[in-house]
Structure formats: C-alpha cells, structure tokens
Design a protein around this ligand. Structure first.
Ligand SMILES: C[S@@+](CC[C@H](N)C(=O)[O-])C[C@H]1O[C@@H](n2cnc3c(N)ncnc32)[C@H](O)[C@@H]1O
Length: 363
C-alpha cells in the first residue's frame, strides 16, 4: 500500500500509514494535508510558549497547531487531547516523531480531569491551553462520518461514535425527535430561520415515506423546503441550504456547547496564574460561551444562556455594584475578537469564520 508522507518545516518525514489505513477504509484519501491549522501565527503570538512549559492542545485534530509550536523549536511538552480516535492515532504517531514532547490523550474536555489525574498532572500547573473548536477537515472530508452537506454518507455525525457505539446519531434524532424538539434544535443550534417548516417536513417524511438515513436525503429534503432561496457563505459563495441544519445536528449529537462550558471551567482550574488561554471559535454560539467565561458572566461554572440585558446588570442600577458579584478569573488580551487575514481566508476558505480570543488567568 502506498504510504502517505508529510513533510514539516524541518523536512522531517512522517509516515501516516496507520491513520491512512483507517481513513482509506472510509474515504478516498488524496495527497492534500489532512487539515490546515487556522491563525497559527496569532496562536503562537498570544500563547507565547517558553522553554520547559506544559501546554494543552485541547483539540488536537490533525495536530497542525501542536506541530507549529514544536517546529518553532520551543522546548515544551504538549498534552494532545481529542475525543476522536482518528486524531488520537495521529497524535500517537506524531509523538513518535517528537520524542518526549507530546502526551496523547483520548477523550472529551469533560473527561480531561480524570485523564490528567492518571498522568499525575494536577490543577494550577499548566502554562497554556488552546481550543480550536468544531470539526477537523478529516471529519468533514470523510463521507462515512456524515458531517458534510457535500458528501453522501450515513447520518452519523458523532465525533467519538467508536468509543460510545450506543450514543445517538443524527439519524436517531431525526427518527425519534418530536416536531417541537427538532424545531428547537434547528432554531437554537443552527439559527435556521425555516426551522418550523423543516421540522414539519421531517416528521411528514417519517410518516409518509420513511426515516432519513443519509446526508443526501436530508439535503434533498431541506432543498425542497427552501426551493426559492439562494444562500451565501461569509465569502459570498453559494452555500447549501442545509448547512445550518447540519451544524445544529452536529452540535446536539456531540453535546458541543456543554463541552465548551466544561472545557472553559477546566481551563480555569488547570492553568497557573499567568497561564494563557487561546480559543478559536467558528460561530457565535461557541464564541458567546467563551466571551461570557472570560468576562465572568457565568453562573455555577456555566455561561449565562440569556442575553446579558436579562442578567445581573438589569437587576441593579450601579454597574460597580454588579461587578462585585461577577466571577472574573481572566484578563482578556484581545479587546475584540481577532479574525484571519484576507490572505489566510483566500488560501484556506475554511478559516473564514474563525474568531480568536486570548486571555491570561489572573485568579
Ligand atoms: C478544528 S479541529 C482542530 C484542528 C487542530 N487544531 C489542527 O490544527 O489540526 C477540532 C478538533 O476538536 C475535537 N473536539 C471537538 N470537541 C471536542 C471535545 N469536547 N473534546 C475533545 N476534542 C474535541 C474534534 O474531534 C476535532 O478533531
């Protein structure tokens, strides 16, 4: 079998035979990079790695950010977490190429404290934490995983379905959810304006025809509802009508927003004072949770779900008084979100919606 090889900046060759073997059972793998990391320059600028530090890459993916940090020749240890078995395999493989530099861990943000305990790594000991939320290109590009509107495959969408084979898939939700449930999922997690009509059509198709089984069937059904619409993405390119529905299902299937809440809380526990947090979000739901943690608008470790006008400020007249009960353990390093340069968006259109925030733990 042909062995896919990838050359990094230092002309080091990696053999991706193991990961390729896995992927080749599911997709036709070509010679493109597995995933192009976004805003690498900005990540390194704000993370400011120093020798002897320990950094957690909470979303290892294809290892693009981890590799960029190590290729800058920092003598750091990177704990490489991912919930996806394919990414974990890649982390193990990359760890062989960077001896004693990478500690691969398989699990979700919410499982991290147990994983760290098993490695005798405790709270307040980490120098930097990076989150690059969402899906990797490896997940999107693998038809069998059901993440993509443009690739026909089973409606799965689980990031860790092989670890939790009994967990529900996107197909299960579409087959079992009530019209109300589906409408709420599409409205809240997809911000889809036609949420009612699409939920209705799914229920009707269930009773009149059969359950939706594939990404193509779901796309066709959504297209039939939004027949007269032409949608565009942030680069003004035509976007598929079902993109938001796919986003909503993926977030729900993987419990992504709860995971981000827990991840942010865990970051505040495990970073040292002075430790740096970098987040890259791809839609407003992710970014709002991050922003509320950084600004201290959280209740019981969970970002307030309500618009802030309904939260503490509206209950009192004085902003100073309200601020005495805001739980703030971060100092933000970025006044506003940082977005990718035009050049980066041109080279890597998937970076177009990336929003980076950076903060330092202060208490
Ligand atoms: C955008 S990709 C990261 C790409 C990576 N930074 C790179 O440069 O290759 C996001 C990754 O986060 C993982 N992920 C998403 N939610 C997670 C969670 N709650 N816990 C652990 N990993 C998660 C996904 O499986 C995916 O591999």
């Amino acid at each position: 079998m042909h062995i896919f090889k990838f050359m990094n900046k230092q002309n080091r060759l990696f053999s991706y035979s193991r990961i390729r073997r896995y992927l080749s059972t599911q997709v036709q793998v070509d010679e493109r990079p597995l995933h192009v990391p976004v805003m690498v320059h900005e990540v390194i600028k704000y993370l400011k790695p120093q020798n002897k530090q320990t950094i957690i890459d909470m979303t290892f993916g294809a290892g693009g950010h981890t590799q960029s940090i190590l290729d800058e020749n920092y003598d750091v240890t990177i704990i490489a977490l991912d919930r996806d078995q394919v990414s974990h395999e890649r982390a193990i493989e990359m760890a062989e190429s960077y001896p004693n530099k990478i500690i691969p861990l398989l699990g979700k943000f919410s499982e991290l404290p147990d994983l760290l305990r098993s490695k005798k790594i405790y709270q307040n000991t980490i120098d930097g934490i990076l989150f690059d939320f969402g899906c990797s290109s490896m997940q999107f590009d693998t038809a069998n995983r059901g993440f993509s509107v443009s690739k026909d495959g089973p409606l799965d969408m689980r990031m860790d379905g092989d670890r939790f084979p009994d967990s529900f898939t996107a197909r299960d939700i579409l087959a079992r959810g009530t019209e109300d449930d589906l409408g709420r999922i599409f409205k809240i997690y997809g911000e889809e304006k036609n949420y009612k009509k699409i939920a209705r059509a799914i229920i009707e198709s269930r009773y009149l025809f059969r359950n939706l089984n594939t990404t193509k069937e779901l796309c066709e059904l959504v297209d039939s509802i939004c027949e007269d619409e032409v949608r565009f993405d942030m680069l003004n390119r035509p976007a598929h009508n079902a993109t938001k529905i796919f986003q909503a299902l993926r977030i729900f299937v993987n419990d992504e927003l709860n995971e981000i809440n827990q991840g942010m809380h865990i970051a505040s526990q495990y970073l040292k004072i002075g430790g740096r947090l970098i987040t890259i979000a791809f839609h407003s739901l992710e970014d709002t949770i991050v922003k509320r943690h950084i600004t201290g608008h959280i209740t019981g470790n969970v970002a307030n779900a309500l618009p802030l006008k309904y939260c503490d400020y509206s209950m009192v007249y004085q902003k100073e008084f309200a601020e005495t009960f805001i739980h703030k353990c971060w100092h933000s390093l970025t006044k506003h979100v940082i977005v990718p340069s035009d050049g980066e968006v041109k080279d890597n259109p998937r970076s177009r919606s990336a929003r980076l925030r950076a903060a330092v733990k202060i208490k």
